[in-house]
Ligand binder design. Structure first.
Ligand SMILES: *Cc1c(COP(=O)(O)O)cnc(C)c1O
Length: 408
Protein backbone atom coordinates (compact mmCIF):
# COMPACT_ATOMS: atom_id res chain seq x y z
CA UNK A 1 0.00 0.00 0.00
CA UNK A 2 1.33 3.44 -0.89
CA UNK A 3 1.55 6.38 1.48
CA UNK A 4 -1.10 8.21 -0.55
CA UNK A 5 -3.52 5.37 0.27
CA UNK A 6 -2.86 5.85 3.98
CA UNK A 7 -3.35 9.61 3.63
CA UNK A 8 -6.66 8.95 1.85
CA UNK A 9 -7.79 6.49 4.54
CA UNK A 10 -7.38 9.17 7.21
CA UNK A 11 -8.71 11.96 5.01
CA UNK A 12 -7.51 15.52 4.43
CA UNK A 13 -8.91 19.02 4.28
CA UNK A 14 -6.92 21.50 2.16
CA UNK A 15 -4.06 19.01 2.19
CA UNK A 16 -4.04 18.84 5.99
CA UNK A 17 -4.13 15.30 7.35
CA UNK A 18 -7.09 14.55 9.65
CA UNK A 19 -7.53 12.49 12.80
CA UNK A 20 -11.11 12.13 13.96
CA UNK A 21 -12.03 15.01 11.66
CA UNK A 22 -9.47 17.39 13.22
CA UNK A 23 -6.46 18.59 11.18
CA UNK A 24 -3.32 17.18 12.81
CA UNK A 25 -1.63 20.61 13.00
CA UNK A 26 -4.61 21.97 14.92
CA UNK A 27 -4.71 18.87 17.09
CA UNK A 28 -1.04 19.48 17.95
CA UNK A 29 -2.09 22.84 19.43
CA UNK A 30 -4.89 21.17 21.35
CA UNK A 31 -2.50 18.54 22.73
CA UNK A 32 -0.02 21.29 23.57
CA UNK A 33 3.20 19.39 22.95
CA UNK A 34 4.89 17.12 20.49
CA UNK A 35 5.49 14.25 19.97
CA UNK A 36 2.11 12.57 20.51
CA UNK A 37 0.06 9.57 19.44
CA UNK A 38 -3.40 10.26 18.04
CA UNK A 39 -5.98 7.51 17.57
CA UNK A 40 -9.05 7.96 15.39
CA UNK A 41 -12.14 6.69 17.20
CA UNK A 42 -14.26 6.51 14.03
CA UNK A 43 -11.65 4.42 12.20
CA UNK A 44 -11.67 1.93 15.08
CA UNK A 45 -15.48 1.82 15.05
CA UNK A 46 -15.50 1.33 11.26
CA UNK A 47 -12.94 -1.44 11.43
CA UNK A 48 -14.94 -3.37 14.00
CA UNK A 49 -18.04 -2.99 11.81
CA UNK A 50 -16.14 -4.31 8.75
CA UNK A 51 -14.96 -7.34 10.68
CA UNK A 52 -18.46 -7.99 12.06
CA UNK A 53 -19.92 -7.82 8.57
CA UNK A 54 -17.38 -10.36 7.29
CA UNK A 55 -17.32 -12.98 10.05
CA UNK A 56 -20.17 -15.26 11.17
CA UNK A 57 -22.59 -13.64 13.61
CA UNK A 58 -22.04 -16.59 15.97
CA UNK A 59 -18.38 -15.69 16.42
CA UNK A 60 -17.37 -13.56 19.40
CA UNK A 61 -15.02 -10.77 18.45
CA UNK A 62 -12.22 -10.18 20.94
CA UNK A 63 -9.70 -7.39 21.33
CA UNK A 64 -6.13 -8.22 22.40
CA UNK A 65 -5.44 -5.34 24.79
CA UNK A 66 -1.66 -5.46 24.50
CA UNK A 67 -1.91 -4.01 20.97
CA UNK A 68 -3.01 -0.71 22.52
CA UNK A 69 -3.82 -0.62 26.24
CA UNK A 70 -4.62 3.12 26.45
CA UNK A 71 -7.64 3.09 28.81
CA UNK A 72 -9.75 5.32 26.56
CA UNK A 73 -9.10 3.03 23.58
CA UNK A 74 -9.91 -0.10 25.59
CA UNK A 75 -13.07 1.56 26.94
CA UNK A 76 -14.15 2.47 23.42
CA UNK A 77 -13.50 -1.06 22.17
CA UNK A 78 -15.22 -2.64 25.17
CA UNK A 79 -18.44 -1.12 23.87
CA UNK A 80 -17.90 -2.58 20.39
CA UNK A 81 -16.43 -6.08 20.85
CA UNK A 82 -17.57 -9.14 22.83
CA UNK A 83 -14.35 -10.16 24.53
CA UNK A 84 -11.11 -8.68 25.87
CA UNK A 85 -7.87 -10.63 25.95
CA UNK A 86 -5.27 -9.44 28.46
CA UNK A 87 -1.69 -10.55 29.00
CA UNK A 88 -0.81 -9.04 32.39
CA UNK A 89 -2.50 -7.99 35.62
CA UNK A 90 -2.03 -4.37 34.53
CA UNK A 91 -4.04 -5.00 31.37
CA UNK A 92 -6.56 -6.96 33.42
CA UNK A 93 -7.16 -3.90 35.59
CA UNK A 94 -7.74 -1.73 32.51
CA UNK A 95 -10.14 -4.31 31.08
CA UNK A 96 -12.11 -4.62 34.36
CA UNK A 97 -12.39 -0.84 34.61
CA UNK A 98 -14.39 -0.80 31.38
CA UNK A 99 -17.22 -2.48 33.26
CA UNK A 100 -17.33 -5.45 30.92
CA UNK A 101 -18.40 -8.87 32.20
CA UNK A 102 -15.34 -10.62 33.71
CA UNK A 103 -16.63 -13.79 32.05
CA UNK A 104 -15.73 -12.23 28.72
CA UNK A 105 -12.11 -11.55 29.69
CA UNK A 106 -9.32 -14.05 29.07
CA UNK A 107 -5.83 -13.83 30.51
CA UNK A 108 -2.99 -15.30 28.41
CA UNK A 109 0.78 -15.12 28.60
CA UNK A 110 3.69 -17.11 29.97
CA UNK A 111 5.08 -16.37 33.41
CA UNK A 112 1.92 -15.32 35.22
CA UNK A 113 2.94 -14.78 38.82
CA UNK A 114 1.03 -16.15 41.80
CA UNK A 115 -0.11 -12.58 42.53
CA UNK A 116 -1.47 -12.25 38.98
CA UNK A 117 -3.24 -15.60 39.22
CA UNK A 118 -4.87 -14.52 42.50
CA UNK A 119 -6.13 -11.33 40.93
CA UNK A 120 -7.45 -13.22 37.90
CA UNK A 121 -9.24 -15.86 39.98
CA UNK A 122 -10.71 -13.20 42.28
CA UNK A 123 -11.93 -11.29 39.22
CA UNK A 124 -13.53 -14.40 37.73
CA UNK A 125 -11.84 -14.24 34.33
CA UNK A 126 -10.76 -17.19 32.17
CA UNK A 127 -7.10 -18.00 32.72
CA UNK A 128 -5.44 -19.40 29.61
CA UNK A 129 -2.84 -21.66 31.18
CA UNK A 130 0.47 -21.93 29.42
CA UNK A 131 1.98 -24.95 31.19
CA UNK A 132 1.27 -27.94 33.40
CA UNK A 133 2.84 -26.18 36.37
CA UNK A 134 0.84 -23.02 35.79
CA UNK A 135 -2.35 -25.10 35.88
CA UNK A 136 -1.20 -26.59 39.19
CA UNK A 137 -0.54 -23.10 40.60
CA UNK A 138 -3.97 -21.98 39.39
CA UNK A 139 -5.62 -24.90 41.19
CA UNK A 140 -3.69 -24.05 44.37
CA UNK A 141 -4.74 -20.39 44.06
CA UNK A 142 -8.37 -21.43 43.77
CA UNK A 143 -8.11 -23.50 46.96
CA UNK A 144 -6.51 -20.60 48.82
CA UNK A 145 -9.30 -18.25 47.75
CA UNK A 146 -12.05 -20.85 48.04
CA UNK A 147 -13.04 -20.09 44.45
CA UNK A 148 -13.20 -22.46 41.51
CA UNK A 149 -10.91 -21.05 38.82
CA UNK A 150 -12.00 -20.95 35.21
CA UNK A 151 -9.22 -22.21 32.93
CA UNK A 152 -8.67 -22.77 29.23
CA UNK A 153 -5.58 -24.60 28.06
CA UNK A 154 -3.43 -22.73 25.59
CA UNK A 155 -2.30 -25.24 23.01
CA UNK A 156 1.05 -25.13 21.26
CA UNK A 157 0.05 -26.78 18.00
CA UNK A 158 2.37 -29.00 16.01
CA UNK A 159 1.98 -26.67 13.02
CA UNK A 160 3.37 -23.18 12.55
CA UNK A 161 1.65 -20.44 10.56
CA UNK A 162 3.76 -19.59 7.53
CA UNK A 163 4.28 -15.97 6.64
CA UNK A 164 3.60 -14.59 10.10
CA UNK A 165 5.56 -11.57 11.26
CA UNK A 166 5.94 -13.21 14.66
CA UNK A 167 5.69 -16.94 15.23
CA UNK A 168 3.98 -17.97 18.45
CA UNK A 169 3.21 -21.65 17.87
CA UNK A 170 4.68 -24.81 16.33
CA UNK A 171 7.90 -26.52 17.33
CA UNK A 172 9.30 -25.76 20.76
CA UNK A 173 7.65 -22.66 22.29
CA UNK A 174 7.40 -20.79 25.58
CA UNK A 175 3.69 -20.44 24.77
CA UNK A 176 1.10 -23.03 25.65
CA UNK A 177 1.17 -26.75 26.33
CA UNK A 178 2.36 -28.99 23.50
CA UNK A 179 -0.73 -30.48 21.83
CA UNK A 180 0.45 -34.07 22.36
CA UNK A 181 0.81 -33.50 26.14
CA UNK A 182 -2.76 -32.24 26.61
CA UNK A 183 -4.64 -35.56 26.91
CA UNK A 184 -2.49 -36.65 29.86
CA UNK A 185 -2.68 -33.18 31.45
CA UNK A 186 -6.48 -33.15 31.25
CA UNK A 187 -6.56 -36.75 32.54
CA UNK A 188 -5.10 -35.49 35.81
CA UNK A 189 -7.56 -32.61 36.28
CA UNK A 190 -10.19 -32.85 38.96
CA UNK A 191 -13.38 -31.02 38.00
CA UNK A 192 -13.84 -30.23 41.64
CA UNK A 193 -10.72 -28.03 41.69
CA UNK A 194 -10.90 -26.19 38.41
CA UNK A 195 -13.36 -25.60 35.62
CA UNK A 196 -11.51 -26.38 32.38
CA UNK A 197 -13.72 -24.68 29.84
CA UNK A 198 -11.79 -25.21 26.61
CA UNK A 199 -8.84 -24.22 24.51
CA UNK A 200 -6.89 -21.29 23.19
CA UNK A 201 -4.71 -21.57 20.09
CA UNK A 202 -2.76 -18.59 18.85
CA UNK A 203 0.06 -19.47 16.53
CA UNK A 204 1.26 -16.29 14.85
CA UNK A 205 0.89 -12.60 14.28
CA UNK A 206 0.88 -10.07 11.43
CA UNK A 207 -0.25 -12.36 8.61
CA UNK A 208 -1.58 -10.76 5.42
CA UNK A 209 -2.61 -13.92 3.57
CA UNK A 210 -6.25 -15.02 3.89
CA UNK A 211 -5.26 -18.43 2.45
CA UNK A 212 -2.62 -19.07 5.08
CA UNK A 213 -4.85 -17.80 7.89
CA UNK A 214 -7.67 -20.09 6.72
CA UNK A 215 -5.30 -23.08 6.52
CA UNK A 216 -4.17 -22.34 10.07
CA UNK A 217 -7.78 -21.99 11.24
CA UNK A 218 -8.71 -25.32 9.61
CA UNK A 219 -5.85 -27.04 11.40
CA UNK A 220 -6.80 -25.27 14.63
CA UNK A 221 -10.39 -26.51 14.39
CA UNK A 222 -9.15 -30.07 13.66
CA UNK A 223 -6.90 -29.87 16.69
CA UNK A 224 -9.61 -28.52 19.00
CA UNK A 225 -12.04 -31.24 17.89
CA UNK A 226 -9.37 -33.87 18.51
CA UNK A 227 -8.65 -32.56 22.01
CA UNK A 228 -12.26 -31.82 23.01
CA UNK A 229 -13.12 -35.35 24.23
CA UNK A 230 -10.33 -35.07 26.82
CA UNK A 231 -11.99 -32.12 28.59
CA UNK A 232 -13.60 -33.49 31.79
CA UNK A 233 -16.73 -31.30 31.45
CA UNK A 234 -18.37 -29.47 28.55
CA UNK A 235 -16.32 -27.45 26.09
CA UNK A 236 -17.69 -23.94 26.61
CA UNK A 237 -14.88 -21.89 25.16
CA UNK A 238 -12.76 -22.07 22.02
CA UNK A 239 -10.40 -19.20 21.31
CA UNK A 240 -9.17 -19.52 17.72
CA UNK A 241 -6.58 -16.75 18.05
CA UNK A 242 -6.12 -14.18 15.30
CA UNK A 243 -2.92 -12.92 13.77
CA UNK A 244 -4.62 -10.81 11.11
CA UNK A 245 -2.05 -8.39 9.72
CA UNK A 246 -2.13 -4.82 8.48
CA UNK A 247 -0.10 -3.34 5.60
CA UNK A 248 2.96 -1.57 6.98
CA UNK A 249 5.19 -1.52 3.93
CA UNK A 250 4.69 -0.41 0.36
CA UNK A 251 4.79 -3.97 -1.00
CA UNK A 252 2.17 -5.16 1.53
CA UNK A 253 -1.30 -5.97 0.17
CA UNK A 254 -4.32 -5.58 2.40
CA UNK A 255 -5.71 -8.80 3.87
CA UNK A 256 -8.68 -10.08 1.85
CA UNK A 257 -11.28 -9.78 4.61
CA UNK A 258 -14.21 -11.01 2.48
CA UNK A 259 -12.40 -14.24 1.52
CA UNK A 260 -11.23 -14.85 5.08
CA UNK A 261 -14.68 -14.12 6.52
CA UNK A 262 -16.58 -16.44 4.20
CA UNK A 263 -14.27 -19.38 4.83
CA UNK A 264 -14.35 -18.66 8.54
CA UNK A 265 -18.15 -18.85 8.39
CA UNK A 266 -17.99 -22.31 6.76
CA UNK A 267 -15.54 -23.46 9.35
CA UNK A 268 -17.26 -22.11 12.46
CA UNK A 269 -20.92 -22.58 11.51
CA UNK A 270 -20.32 -25.68 9.39
CA UNK A 271 -17.87 -27.67 11.51
CA UNK A 272 -17.05 -26.29 14.92
CA UNK A 273 -20.47 -25.23 16.18
CA UNK A 274 -22.26 -28.50 15.25
CA UNK A 275 -19.53 -30.53 17.01
CA UNK A 276 -19.30 -28.32 20.11
CA UNK A 277 -22.74 -26.72 20.41
CA UNK A 278 -22.12 -25.32 23.91
CA UNK A 279 -18.91 -23.53 22.96
CA UNK A 280 -18.47 -19.79 22.72
CA UNK A 281 -16.08 -19.32 19.80
CA UNK A 282 -13.78 -16.32 20.02
CA UNK A 283 -11.26 -14.68 17.72
CA UNK A 284 -8.89 -12.16 19.22
CA UNK A 285 -7.55 -9.37 17.07
CA UNK A 286 -5.09 -6.73 18.16
CA UNK A 287 -3.39 -4.63 15.52
CA UNK A 288 -6.12 -5.36 12.96
CA UNK A 289 -8.62 -3.36 15.03
CA UNK A 290 -6.44 -0.44 16.11
CA UNK A 291 -3.15 -0.33 14.20
CA UNK A 292 -4.34 1.68 11.23
CA UNK A 293 -6.29 4.15 13.36
CA UNK A 294 -3.16 5.60 14.96
CA UNK A 295 -0.63 8.25 13.96
CA UNK A 296 2.59 9.15 15.69
CA UNK A 297 3.13 12.89 15.26
CA UNK A 298 6.50 14.51 15.77
CA UNK A 299 7.94 17.93 14.94
CA UNK A 300 10.98 18.72 12.82
CA UNK A 301 13.64 20.45 14.94
CA UNK A 302 16.49 20.50 12.42
CA UNK A 303 17.04 20.08 8.69
CA UNK A 304 20.54 19.33 7.45
CA UNK A 305 22.55 18.03 4.54
CA UNK A 306 25.37 15.55 4.90
CA UNK A 307 27.46 14.62 1.86
CA UNK A 308 24.54 14.75 -0.51
CA UNK A 309 21.89 13.32 1.77
CA UNK A 310 19.07 15.39 3.31
CA UNK A 311 18.08 14.80 6.90
CA UNK A 312 15.08 15.94 8.89
CA UNK A 313 15.66 15.57 12.62
CA UNK A 314 12.46 15.31 14.68
CA UNK A 315 11.69 15.68 18.38
CA UNK A 316 10.46 12.07 18.62
CA UNK A 317 11.95 8.74 17.61
CA UNK A 318 12.39 5.07 18.35
CA UNK A 319 11.94 5.61 22.10
CA UNK A 320 8.23 6.20 21.36
CA UNK A 321 7.67 4.36 18.09
CA UNK A 322 10.23 1.57 18.06
CA UNK A 323 8.48 -0.42 15.34
CA UNK A 324 8.86 2.36 12.75
CA UNK A 325 12.62 2.34 13.32
CA UNK A 326 12.71 -1.32 12.28
CA UNK A 327 13.90 -2.58 15.65
CA UNK A 328 10.73 -4.42 16.73
CA UNK A 329 11.05 -7.87 15.19
CA UNK A 330 11.93 -6.87 11.63
CA UNK A 331 14.73 -8.66 9.81
CA UNK A 332 15.21 -6.07 7.07
CA UNK A 333 14.48 -2.43 7.86
CA UNK A 334 11.70 -1.00 5.69
CA UNK A 335 9.98 2.34 5.97
CA UNK A 336 6.63 2.78 7.62
CA UNK A 337 4.51 5.27 5.67
CA UNK A 338 5.22 8.89 6.68
CA UNK A 339 3.84 12.24 5.50
CA UNK A 340 4.03 15.92 6.37
CA UNK A 341 0.84 16.41 8.37
CA UNK A 342 -0.03 19.89 7.11
CA UNK A 343 1.02 19.25 3.47
CA UNK A 344 0.01 15.61 3.10
CA UNK A 345 -1.06 15.82 -0.53
CA UNK A 346 1.77 18.06 -1.82
CA UNK A 347 4.10 16.64 -4.49
CA UNK A 348 7.39 15.31 -3.15
CA UNK A 349 10.51 17.44 -3.59
CA UNK A 350 12.99 14.61 -3.13
CA UNK A 351 14.19 11.99 -0.69
CA UNK A 352 14.70 12.94 2.96
CA UNK A 353 15.87 10.70 5.77
CA UNK A 354 13.75 11.30 8.86
CA UNK A 355 15.70 10.59 12.03
CA UNK A 356 14.74 10.81 15.68
CA UNK A 357 16.47 12.79 18.38
CA UNK A 358 18.25 9.88 20.04
CA UNK A 359 22.02 9.72 19.86
CA UNK A 360 22.12 6.32 18.13
CA UNK A 361 22.17 5.37 14.43
CA UNK A 362 19.25 3.00 15.13
CA UNK A 363 16.93 5.99 15.47
CA UNK A 364 15.64 6.23 11.89
CA UNK A 365 11.92 6.80 11.30
CA UNK A 366 12.12 6.92 7.49
CA UNK A 367 15.05 6.32 5.19
CA UNK A 368 15.15 8.32 1.92
CA UNK A 369 11.43 9.07 2.02
CA UNK A 370 9.83 11.14 -0.72
CA UNK A 371 8.47 14.23 1.02
CA UNK A 372 7.75 17.83 0.08
CA UNK A 373 10.49 20.36 1.02
CA UNK A 374 10.82 19.86 4.79
CA UNK A 375 11.15 22.88 7.08
CA UNK A 376 11.91 23.25 10.76
CA UNK A 377 8.56 23.24 12.60
CA UNK A 378 6.83 20.87 10.18
CA UNK A 379 4.86 18.02 11.68
CA UNK A 380 5.76 14.55 10.47
CA UNK A 381 3.04 11.90 10.78
CA UNK A 382 4.05 8.24 10.96
CA UNK A 383 1.15 5.97 9.97
CA UNK A 384 0.16 2.53 11.31
CA UNK A 385 1.01 3.66 14.85
CA UNK A 386 -2.17 2.57 16.63
CA UNK A 387 -0.75 -0.77 17.79
CA UNK A 388 2.56 -1.68 19.44
CA UNK A 389 3.58 1.97 19.54
CA UNK A 390 4.08 3.71 22.86
CA UNK A 391 3.85 0.67 25.12
CA UNK A 392 6.13 -1.40 22.89
CA UNK A 393 8.89 1.20 22.88
CA UNK A 394 11.86 1.90 25.18
CA UNK A 395 10.56 5.24 26.49
CA UNK A 396 13.28 5.61 29.11
CA UNK A 397 16.11 5.34 26.58
CA UNK A 398 17.94 8.71 26.50
CA UNK A 399 15.66 10.24 29.11
CA UNK A 400 13.36 12.31 26.93
CA UNK A 401 9.80 13.07 28.13
CA UNK A 402 7.01 10.60 27.38
CA UNK A 403 4.64 11.50 24.51
CA UNK A 404 0.98 12.36 24.98
CA UNK A 405 -1.79 10.10 23.70
CA UNK A 406 -5.19 11.21 22.49
CA UNK A 407 -8.26 9.41 21.22
CA UNK A 408 -10.10 11.74 18.85
C1 LIG B 1 -0.41 -10.34 21.05
C2 LIG B 1 -1.51 -11.31 21.02
C3 LIG B 1 -2.60 -11.11 20.16
C4 LIG B 1 -2.71 -9.96 19.21
O1 LIG B 1 -1.82 -10.01 18.15
P1 LIG B 1 -2.00 -8.99 16.94
O2 LIG B 1 -0.89 -9.32 16.03
O3 LIG B 1 -1.93 -7.62 17.48
O4 LIG B 1 -3.35 -9.27 16.35
C5 LIG B 1 -3.63 -12.01 20.21
N1 LIG B 1 -3.60 -13.05 21.07
C6 LIG B 1 -2.57 -13.27 21.91
C7 LIG B 1 -2.60 -14.42 22.82
C8 LIG B 1 -1.50 -12.42 21.91
O5 LIG B 1 -0.48 -12.65 22.72
Amino acid sequence: MRTSDHVAAHGTTDGRLLVGGVPVDRLAERVGSTPFFAYDRALITDRVAEVRAAVPASLRLGYAVKANPMPAVVQHLAGLVDHLDVASAGELAVALDTGCDPGSISFAGPGKTDAELRRAVAAGVTVEVESRTELARLVRTGKELALRPRAAVRVNPSFAVKGSGMRMGGGPQQFGVDAEAIPSLLGEVSEHDVDVVGFHVFAGSQNLSADILVQALEKTVDLVLELAPHVPGTVEYVNLGGGWGIPYFEKDQRLDLAALGSRLTDLVDGRLAPALPEATVVIELGRYLVGEAGLYVTRVVDVKESRGRSYAVVDGGMHHQLAASGNFGQVIRRNYPVALAARATEEPAGPVTVVGCLCTPLDVLGEEVDLPEVEVGDLVAVFQAGAYGLTASPTAFLGHPAPAEVLV
